[in-house]
Write a protein that binds this ligand. Structure first.
Ligand code: UFG
Length: 327
């Protein structure tokens, strides 16, 4: 299939692009490089473009004879979404609507959407199943949820087959540790802890040690980037015949912030300072996935169930590329 990968120069999108090419598809990356890296796009044609540019989207969809679209081009920082809600609604919602309208105009009817565990807000119970109440507590999660609803209603018209994949915590490096996580302003735990282990940061800040969890720190479900991407490939196949597919993507096992820190210390053999700090606004204490549906309906098999292996891939990438993509 000829797949337009929106946001294909970002962390998840670049890994997806490489996996699509490896599986015999033809990925075409569409990215405005506002946060992605040109060097992260290796085996694909690249178009520099913005999702707000309807005419360019239509041109690319038509000229490149696109069969399906995967959409990773969203803002990702929850904290920023609370400070700048309109910026988030514009990109994560309005621009996605623009993309769907361009697809409709061109008769492109297959769409894989990056959704998030953030649609659930603070869950009533964990592990979380897809049916649980959606009650996002920030504009980031709300934007993901609105897009899911928009896709649902569009699918009812018969003009769209879509998959909404709700990621838990994406991490690690893919393609033999050549494609890793390089955010210009890093907020994610594993890269920040690795930076401390590499001596690039003086300490790791532990955001809250008084949560109602076993060791007082937040628990998350860490899923390797290649496992995340393999679920997208499977979902893409399903969209030939299925109009709607909504799945959680996680390992189903939770690790606390302290456990992540200990794992990075073990994998790296380095010690570093950990400073307890105030809670970060909007962090639910525990988020873990029930991914039974992805396993049963997609036939998804996770290759990296062990945290240590996941962290090893991230550690290797950061050591191989200490300046990231260097841009
Ligand atoms: N944390 C720290 N110190 C840090 C960074 C993070 O203690 O320096 C803690 C956070 O407070 C949180 C945990 O580590 O409890 C994980 O934080 P991340 O920022 O790595 O990940 P989140 O669970 O907040 O975010 C994930 C995705 C986001 C997505 C969000 C939606 O990585 O992109 O889920 O819920 F937006």
């Amino acid at each position: 299939m000829r797949v337009l990968v929106c946001g294909g120069a970002g962390y998840i999108g670049s890994n997806m692009t490489a996996m699509l090419a490896g599986a015999g598809h033809e990925p075409i990356v569409y990215d405005n490089l506002s946060s992605g890296h040109r060097k992260a796009v290796k085996d694909a044609e690249f178009v520099r473009g913005d999702l707000a540019d309807f005419d360019l989207l239509v041109k690319v969809l038509k000229e490149k004879k696109i069969d399906a679209v995967m959409h990773f081009a969203a803002f990702i920082e929850v904290g920023e979404s609370v400070k700048e809600p309109l910026k988030f609604y514009h990109n994560n919602f309005c621009n996605t609507r623009n993309l769907l309208a361009a697809m409709e105009k061109c008769g492109v009817g297959r769409f894989v959407f990056s959704s998030s565990a953030a649609v659930y807000g603070v869950p009533e119970k964990t592990p979380i199943t897809e049916e649980q109440v959606k009650n996002p507590i920030n504009p980031y999660g709300e934007g993901k949820w609105i897009v899911e609803r928009m896709c649902h209603f569009q699918s009812l018209t018969g003009r769209l087959n879509y998959a909404a994949l709700r990621y838990f915590n994406a991490c690690g490096a893919g393609q033999n540790c050549t494609l890793g996580e390089d955010h210009r302003s890093e907020s994610h735990l594993i890269p920040l802890v690795i930076a401390a282990a590499m001596g690039k940061r003086k300490d790791v800040k532990l955001f809250g040690a008084d949560y109602p969890t076993a060791d007082g720190t937040c628990v998350r479900d860490y899923i390797h980037i290649e496992d995340l991407c393999s679920a997208h490939l499977l979902a893409l196949g399903k969209l030939q015949s299925q109009s709607e597919l909504v799945c959680n993507l996680g390992n189903g096992k939770g690790y606390s912030v302290r456990q992540i820190i200990e794992t990075v210390k073990k994998v790296s053999g380095k010690d570093f300072k950990v400073t307890e700090a105030a809670r970060r606004q909007g962090d639910p204490p525990i988020l873990t996935a029930d991914a039974t549906r992805a396993i049963n309906e997609l036939g998804w098999k996770v290759k990296f169930p062990q945290l240590e292996k996941i962290v090893e891939t991230a550690w290797n990438w950061h050591n191989k590329y200490p300046d990231g993509y260097g841009d």
